[in-house]
Each structure stands twice: as C-alpha cells, then as structure tokens.
Ligand binder design. Structure first.
Ligand code: GAL
Length: 633
C-alpha cells in the first residue's frame, strides 16, 4: 500500500493572499493531504442561517489546484456563540452539576436534540456543497470526541435521554430493580421517571447504575457521529474518518468505528509521556524528548483494529506542544521516527498538526511545520525527509502478528466504577502486557471483546476483561494456541454482579476465585521462583493444572486445554518471563530488546526504532539515536 503525508491547515486563520503560497510550499514539501474546516463554524455561518461558504470554496480550489487532496471536517466541535443563545441548555454539565461555558471548544452535550439538529443541518450544507467536489477526498466528523472530558454530561437533556434508554433496555422498572440489585439500601424505583443520573449522591452510587450510564453515554457519542455519517453517505463517495485520541476510553471506539471508513488518531508522544502515562520519574526523564517507546505503537495497533484495517494519523506532533505540564523540544530525528513507526504499523497517511504556528489564541505556544513568521520549523525538514524516502519506496505492507491482545472499553468503565484498589486501572493493566510483548520484539494485533474467530493467532491475551462475551466464549476453541486470561477476567455479570458460581467461569477450567485483595504501592505477594503480584492478587481454588504458584503455595497460573488464567497483576519482570515462556510454548520466536529499541516486521522488512538518545547496536546493526532503520528480512 502507498503511504502519504499531510498537514492540518486553517485557511480562516490567515489572509487569503498567502493561501496559494502555503499550498505551493505544502506540495513542494511532498505533502498529499490537507485537513481543513473542523473549527470554522463561526466563519461559515456568522449569524444563524446567514451562510458564507464562498471563502471555503476558494480555499478548497486553491489547495486542490496546487495538487493537494482535502480532508474536510464538520465544524461541530466548536459551536459559535450565537448557538448558545439559541440553545442555552445545550452546554454539557459536569459531575458537580456545573454547566461548561462558552470560550474554548467542545461545549456541547451529546444528548441535546436541538444541537444535534443544528449539527445535521451544517453537515448537510457541507455535504451538498462539497460532497462531489473533486478536491474533497475524505471527511472528518467533528474533532476528537471525548477530548477535555466531554463524553459524560449530567445535563437535563442527558437525564431525559438516559431514562428513555433505560426504559428501552429494561422495559419495566421491576426488571431494572432486579438487574441492578436496588433492594440494597432501598434504592428501588417505581417508574423510569424517578431515575436520576448517578452524580451528586451522598456516597458511591450503585455500580450497576453507573455502568449503564457509561454504556448510555458511549451510545450517545455513537449516535451523534452516526447522524453526520448518515447525512454524508448519500452526498459523497469520499471515505469518512474521525480523529480519536490517546488513552481516551469513555466511549466504545469499535462501535463508533463500525460506522466509519477510516480510523485516525492524534499522536502527541511527548505530551502524552508527561501527562497520560504512569511511569517512574527515571523513565519519564529518559524519554523526555522522544515520548514513550510503546504508547504510540499501542494506539496504532488499537486504531488499526477500530478502523478494520484502515487507519491514519490525523495529527502528528511536529515540535513542542503547549498543553502538557512541561513541553520539551523533540530530539532531532523523532518526527521522522514517529512518522515511520506509524507507517510500519500500517498507517495509510500521517498528517502533521499544524502547518503554521498560530501567533494568537490558546495554541500560540504549539509548534507547527512553519514558525509564526512562516520560516520552516525543524519539523518541516523531517517531514520532507520522510517524503523523499517515501518517493523512493512508497509501498509499506502491513505486518502479520502471532499474538493478539484484547482491549475492551466496557472493562475500562467497569474498573473505573469499581476499582477496589486505587491502582487498578484497566488501560494501565493492558498497556503493561502490550509493553512486555513489544520488548520481546513481537508484532501485536489488538482485538475487540466480541471477536468471533481466533484462528489467526498462536497466543491470545485477555487481562482484566469485565465479562466474557458470548461471541468470545464461542470463539475460544478456534484459537490454535493458548488463550490467557488475566486478573479479574469475567469476574462480573453484565449487570455488574458477582456470578453465581464465582469467577472466572471459563469453559473447561475448573476454578473459583474465592477472595481478592488490592495492595498499596510497594507491597506485593511473592511468587515461587521470584517476582511478585503487585496492585492485585486473587485466591483461587482449582482442580486444573497449576503451572506456577505464589510463595504461600496458592495457585498463580492455572491451565486446562488451551485456556490459562493468571490470578494477579504481575510485576514487569514476571510478566516478561511469563510471556516469553508462553511464546516459546507456542513456537513464537522472541528477542530481548534493549530498553530504548523497538522492532516491527512489516511486509518484507524489519523496522528498528531507537527511542534512545544514544545509538544502539543490535544484530550487528547500528541504529542511530532517535533514528529508524529498516532491513530486509
Ligand atoms: C488536538 C486537537 C487539535 C489541537 C491539538 C494540539 O487534541 O485535535 O485541535 O488542539 O490537539 O496539540
């Protein structure tokens, strides 16, 4: 597949007189795509109903005539000020009951039907005008659903919609009372109209209530997006994408992605390292100017799955950003490395955010490919280098993986609702397993929790899965290798109760988790042969094969046929040892990579990515600091 580059551009930020020169420089740099429009509502419709699309017509024409292909965004993440006057109750409300104000972006509630109609209207206008425009080659819906904690809203509109959602799901208040266990604390309801949103309660609300609110909130995002897709489909043949984010789990991306053609995500490796990752101060210092060596790859693999194979980077960090607590400058080479890493994971396109650094407003300290004075910023040179490399070898085939890891949004909601220990975070758990696999030099596929066929993978891993879906249960025998479940797997019913026969209830594995404990930092449960469980440990009664034990003799890892269950949260070394053993048993070759080096097989090549500030030698190859090299396999 041919790989391409692009950039995010805001023609409305700049005098029209410079658009042509900007476009010329973009193509000269080797860029193919330009994403525009996603925040431009106040210029498209300065007064309600008073449309001004002529400037956008000209911008698209100028960019297109220069040879660029346009990704056109719907502007629904930034409703203009008049919209609030028109729909004062459209603002999202936070968990403390405070409406979120106008003055930045994403200030809407997904459940507000009046705002949804406005979004349909502007989307239809754009689709009718540009759906067949030859330069508009892709669409982006809205911008970063869920950014700035905007998925959950505790508004009046959300309450009305939630009651309706519950009524459809349960049909009767009695059924809901039984499912939630509302006899506890006399929480029973006589009608759906009595049910409120689960905020501002005296102590914790019923977890079943919260879990349904989380499912509902996710469904609202999906429905909001679908409304735009349904309008664009008949008006345009161009593919439709959305730009997702790093470590955002508030809505089910697989469900939303099923309505789209392309998944894309916004990759800010250095920003994420400082504000979105649990890591030691040493780790953060070592990768300060490079980003974490596994965080981007995890999301590449996740969004490849969300996009059913088709995915992009819609925004790539080009230099220092403005929004993390500290915003260091990337090491020379990192912009190129991040870009190639995405291609090696199958990205069709990588677009940089943004073309020119804006001298005004909130993001004036955020780098672009150009400085505010229009001179090239260092990121542009690296983008040009990738463009030259792509011109010589544009084809990069996707890489096959032997190992699959299941990632499930509902599990993230469940363990946020009931962590039972302050450090039990689902993303952190799964990401730890991912990182250990990467250190072994493996390609990894990420799968949704309702995967129906496991026949392609020699090893499938499912730590922390809230419930085992009927689809996955039925698919287990199709795996030619082992399926390994981790702590807390299948430990609840879908109604958020403890299963009658106790977890993990896995077919053919006779075992019961009888007690669990969570542990504070620094305290672990020792394992036989070294290592420990941290954060979380379980006591298991079983007649299955015990593959390893805790130091106190209780089972740690048990197995029957092709299923295994790990009864705790292993420390990093134990996890690596366990996964290398499982790979060896499955006939999967592994390598022990140094801390800064990662490797991915893609097509006929091996990509070596050095996230470190020093060169690394591996397999007779020298990989420069902050560098990427590839070899033929
Ligand atoms: C993204 C967002 C962009 C811009 C960027 C800055 O989250 O989609 O509009 O704000 O961050 O890094």
């Amino acid at each position: 597949m041919k790989r391409t580059l692009g950039v995010c551009y805001y023609p409305e930020h700049w005098p029209e007189a410079i658009w042509r020169e900007d476009a010329r420089r973009m193509t000269a740099a080797g860029l193919t795509w330009v994403r525009i429009g996603e925040f431009a509502w106040s210029r498209l419709e300065p007064e309600p109903g008073k449309l001004q699309f002529d400037w956008l017509d000209r911008a698209i024409a100028v960019l297109g005539e220069a040879g660029l292909q346009v990704v056109l965004g719907t502007p629904t993440a930034t409703p203009p000020r008049w919209m609030i006057a028109r729909h004062p109750d459209m603002l999202a409300v936070d968990a403390y009951g405070r409406p979120r104000k106008f003055g930045s972006r994403r200030h809407y509630c997904f459940s507000h039907t009046g705002y949804l109609d406005e979004c349909r209207r502007i989307t239809r206008l754009l689709g009718e005008r540009y759906g067949r425009n030859p330069h508009v080659a892709a669409w982006q819906t809205d911008n970063e659903y869920g950014c700035h904690e905007t998925t959950l809203s505790f508004s009046d509109a959300a309450r009305v919609a939630f009651r309706d959602w519950l009524a459809q799901k349960y049909q009767s208040p009695d059924a809901l009372n039984r499912a939630w266990g509302n006899i506890f604390w006399s929480m029973e309801y006589r009608s759906f109209d009595e049910i409120d949103l689960p905020n501002l309660t005296v102590t914790e609300p019923n977890p079943a209530h919260v879990m349904d609110f989380r499912r509902f909130s996710s469904d609202q995002v999906v429905a909001f997006n679908r409304a735009q897709v349904d309008i664009l489909r008949p008006l345009s043949d161009a593919p439709i994408a959305h730009n997702y984010m790093g470590r955002i789990t508030e809505f089910d991306h697989y469900t939303l992605g099923a309505d789209l053609d392309i998944a894309s995500w916004d990759s800010y490796p250095i920003g994420f390292l400082s504000d979105r990752l649990e890591a030691t101060p040493d780790h953060k210092a070592s990768f300060l100017r490079q980003g974490d060596p596994d965080f981007q790859a995890f999301h590449h693999d996740l969004y490849r799955s969300v996009g059913k194979g088709r995915w992009w980077i819609m925004e790539q960090q080009p230099g220092p950003v403005n929004w993390a607590p500290y915003n260091p400058i990337p090491l020379p080479g990192m912009v190129r490395l991040w870009t190639w890493e995405a291609f090696a994971h199958g990205a069709e396109a990588v677009c940089y955010f943004r073309w020119r650094q804006a001298p005004f407003a909130q993001e004036q300290m955020h780098a672009g490919l150009l400085r505010p004075d229009s001179a090239p910023a260092p990121g542009l040179r690296e983008a040009e280098a990738v463009a030259r490399e792509l011109a010589e070898a544009p084809e990069v085939d996707d890489g096959p993986a032997d190992v699959a890891l299941i990632f499930d949004y509902a599990s993230a909601w469940a363990w946020e609702t009931q962590p039972q220990g302050a450090d039990f975070d689902y993303f952190r758990l799964v990401f730890g397993w991912y990182r250990a696999l990467r250190r072994l030099g493996l390609n990894i596929d990420i799968l949704p929790p309702d995967t129906t066929d496991l026949s392609r993978w020699k090893l499938v891993l499912a730590p922390g899965l809230f419930t085992l879906s009927p689809e996955l249960r039925a698919a287990l025998p199709s795996c030619p290798g082992q399926v390994v479940f981790g702590p807390r797997a299948n430990s609840k019913t879908p109604d958020f109760a403890i299963p009658a026969d106790l977890p993990p209830d896995l077919p053919g594995l006779v075992a019961k988790v009888t007690r669990v404990e969570s542990l504070p930092p620094g305290i672990g449960v020792a394992l036989e042969g070294g290592g420990q469980f941290l954060h979380w440990a379980e006591e298991v009664e079983t007649s299955a094969r015990v593959l390893s034990r805790r130091a106190d003799g209780l089972p740690a890892l048990i197995a029957a046929d092709n299923l295994a269950y790990l009864a705790g949260w292993p420390d990093d070394i134990t996890l690596r040892r366990l996964l290398s053993q499982l790979c060896a048993d499955a006939g999967i070759a592994t390598v022990d990579l140094p801390e800064t080096l990662r490797m991915r097989r893609a097509g006929g090549r091996r990509f070596w990515l050095n996230y470190g500030p020093e060169p690394v030698t591996m397999a007779g190859l020298s990989i420069p600091a902050a560098g990427v090299v590839w070899t033929e396999i």
